[in-house]
Design a protein around this ligand. Structure first.
Ligand SMILES: Cc1cc2nc3c(=O)[nH]c(=O)nc-3n(C[C@H](O)[C@H](O)[C@H](O)COP(=O)(O)O)c2cc1C
Length: 215
């Protein structure tokens, strides 16, 4: 066990948005999926399912789907829409779609409220994604968490034949970073940690929240 090494990997991980050519080997991909396998999950339901592709044609189509969304949103609101084009979803060694089987929510027997079940479900899948990202970072491979908004979901679902029983939550490129990005600022531990009771002096003002995100 080596906490220092783990923290090094955690701090090394970045969201990589520009990739260079170079293969993620099958062995590397397997290590990444093995990391997902060991994620904690609500009631050990292991709700994750990953659709993984190396197919350039499919990736090109994914890029087109995201570009169309970007173009439509920009057209709707040219002044305020600040979304960036997500070309990185189409230019990478491996693209993984993080899905989850929503039927697993039925076995959270002691959890009654729909929103509580949803929390367990999404958190479990997010854990597996995060573990994959750390495993990738440990091999100096880049990843980035890409949201799947309702505007793009139906087309992605159709392209990858994702069954109705599954939710399609995130897309994750995995590949070799063109250059390793610089770390983004992080809040200090003291700013978000409260001992014994919540320290209201630390409650952020709306203006602090809106000044975020910092690049
Ligand atoms: C739930 C979630 C959704 C995200 N969605 C996107 C996204 O759609 N596109 C993107 O480029 N980055 C996305 N990110 C990555 C964040 O922007 C990134 O993690 C954050 O800016 C910190 O940078 P770092 O990952 O390099 O430390 C997402 C991250 C999370 C956790």
């Amino acid at each position: 066990m080596d906490t220092g090494n783990l923290l090094d990997i955690i701090q090394h991980r970045r969201s990589v948005r520009v990739y260079k050519t170079g293969k993620v080997t099958d062995q590397q991909l397997n290590t990444i999926l093995e990391a997902a396998r060991w994620a904690p999950s609500g009631a050990n339901t292991q709700p994750w399912e990953f659709v993984v592709t190396r197919d350039r044609k499919k990736m090109k189509k994914v890029r087109e789907i995201y570009s169309n969304e970007w173009r439509d949103r920009k057209k709707e609101d040219p002044v305020h829409y600040k979304g960036l084009k997500k070309d990185y979803v189409g230019d990478v060694s491996v693209l993984a779609l993080a899905c989850g089987d929503a039927r697993t929510k039925q076995v959270y027997l002691t959890t009654r409220q729909t929103s509580d079940r949803e929390k367990l479900f999404q958190a479990s899948i997010a854990n597996s994604v995060q573990q994959m990202m750390l495993a990738a970072a440990s091999m100096n491979l880049g990843t980035v968490w890409v949201s799947v908004r309702e505007e793009v979901e139906p087309e992605l679902r159709e392209l990858f034949k994702v069954p109705d029983e599954l939710r399609l939550l995130w897309v994750m490129p995995i590949g070799h970073a063109s250059s390793w990005p610089k770390a983004k600022p992080r809040r200090p531990i003291a700013a978000f940690t409260h001992y014994e009771v919540y320290d209201r002096k630390k409650l952020r003002q709306d203006s602090d929240i809106h000044a975020w995100p910092k690049n």
